[in-house]
Design a protein. Structure first.
Length: 477
């Protein structure tokens, strides 16, 4: 615009200069023409700016330069929106005027609407529209109602994760039933306070619209309509009759999720042989990864960052932490009716320690004759070549307990596994991200630099400079 104004002045002054030689005009005429053309081009420039604003305000697009893209919608949210295929989604937010959270929510909803033209939202003050609030059963401020696919959900404390979870629930035609076996001393899904409980895990599954139940296999069997049977962290070996119940469930097209911790030699043989019949080998070892010390973890808590290309881990780049895990690999002989994939792997510097006595004493070291050197598989996925039925085996049950569920990518990997097992691959992705703190590690030389230069050097420099100026002024003035 400034170039346009600059150009307009010379555009009208140049002809006068060519005609009159010296370019001099009567002062009055020159002022009139200069003012008129300046105002005219100023008006044109303002009009262009105004029309540009009116056009571009209809398009919502932001550039997110943060490291983890925490100010953009996560891949999970975008994937859920695309699953709606532009079906109408209406969000009604009941907020009082002037609420700070209202503006934050408005920015978030605009971000959702920018990815889906069928996503609409409106804000209402429940005090000014009590009839509408009563119609949607709103009895508190900051309540959000979501309507989609002929269904309705409401919630409070809205953020990206809660809104995406709600959209995922509305997307499902029916609840998938997840049943945990009990009676083997494993983690309790009802325990929300204990370090080893699964209470937080159960709450997470309920948020994603799963029906979570428990059963004792020899007493109640597997409830009718069970989609996924979870056998997690048994402290005693399963009986052949219990394994037969799980086998029948799999043969009928059901899915089974095994989370089996390391055991002492000779224990858990029934379960080991059962999985070996399907072509999955449970290692009689404990994974040792001394590189975990670099990340502040114990060497018995390997950090998993390597994943095979699989529906479960497609686009999955988060690390996962498994406290005390055994190897789970593809057996040498696999029945032709099954396909097995090794999904997650330990690092190069790890190994599978078989001498558990040395491990307990803290003297374990790699033995090339007995131990297997990494990378080692710790997660295997089985599918039937024909028909329905899937199995996942992970060599640890603690990575999703109340203590470790929220660490790095543990929660995301678990939800991806469950979604894959029950046939809801469209829900597999990374959960909405949260902004995480970034740690700064300083070498010794960096620490010395920060001390001597800004802490010590700058004050001394200021003192010397000030003293020099004072002496110079005293000498010459």
């Amino acid at each position: 615009m400034f170039f346009l104004l600059f150009f307009s002045y010379f555009q009208h002054y140049a002809p006068w200069k060519s005609e009159h030689g010296n370019g001099k005009l009567p002062m009055k005429i020159r002022n009139i023409f200069s003012s008129f053309h300046f105002l005219l081009h100023l008006a044109v420039a303002l009009a262009i700016a105004l029309f540009g604003y009116l056009i571009f305000r209809e398009f919502h697009y932001r550039f997110d330069f943060s490291k983890d893209k925490v100010y953009s919608l996560s891949p999970q949210s975008i994937k859920i929106l695309r699953e709606y295929q532009r079906q109408p989604i209406h969000v009604l937010a009941f907020f009082r005027d002037g609420e700070r959270s209202k503006e934050r929510l408005k920015v978030l909803l605009k971000e959702y609407a920018s990815y889906d033209s069928g996503f609409k939202f409106d804000f209402y003050d429940p005090d000014r529209m009590p009839g509408l609030a009563k119609r949607y059963h709103v009895d508190a401020y900051e309540t959000v109602v979501v309507e989609a696919r002929g269904k309705q959900e409401r919630m409070r404390s809205v953020n990206e994760q809660s809104l995406t979870n709600m959209l995922a629930r509305l997307l499902l035609d029916e609840k998938k039933k997840v049943v945990f076996t009990t009676g083997h001393g494993g983690p309790n899904p009802a325990d929300e306070k204990g370090r080893e409980g699964y209470g937080e895990l159960k709450k997470l599954l309920l948020e994603f619209n799963y029906d979570v139940q428990e059963t004792v296999l020899l007493r109640g069997g597997i409830p009718e309509g069970t989609d996924l049977l979870v056998i997690a962290g048994p402290r005693v070996d399963l009986l052949p009759e219990e394994l037969k119940i799980a086998e029948n469930h799999f043969n009928r097209g059901g899915d089974v999720f095994f989370l089996i911790d390391p055991v002492d030699p000779g224990e858990g043989e029934n379960l080991r042989k059962f999985l070996l019949n399907y072509g999955i080998q449970l290692g009689n070892n404990v994974i040792v990864d001394k590189l975990s010390k670099l990340f502040g973890a114990d060497y018995l808590i390997p950090l998993i960052t390597k994943y095979t290309e699989h529906d479960i881990t497609k686009g999955f780049e988060l690390a996962t932490v498994f406290p005390i895990i055994r190897s789970v690999s593809k057996a040498e002989k696999v029945p032709g009716s099954y396909h097995i994939s090794e999904v997650a792997w330990t690092g190069e510097g790890s190994w599978g320690e078989t001498d558990l006595v040395k491990l307990e004493n803290g003297t374990a070291d790699f033995d090339s004759g007995a131990d297997r050197l990494g990378p080692l598989s710790v997660m295997a996925a089985l599918t039937k070549v024909k028909g329905r039925g899937r199995i996942i085996v992970i060599g640890d049950s603690d990575f999703i307990n109340n203590t470790h569920l929220s660490l790095v990518g543990n929660k995301d990997l678990f939800l991806n596994v469950v979604a894959w097992l029950v046939g809801e691959e469209r829900l597999i992705s990374i959960r909405p991200r949260a902004r995480e703190a970034t740690l700064l590690f300083l070498k010794e030389v960096d620490q010395e630099f920060l001390f001597y230069v800004p802490v010590l050097g700058l004050p001394v420099l200021c003192f010397v400079t000030g003293t020099g100026v004072f002496l110079m002024r005293r000498k010459y003035y």
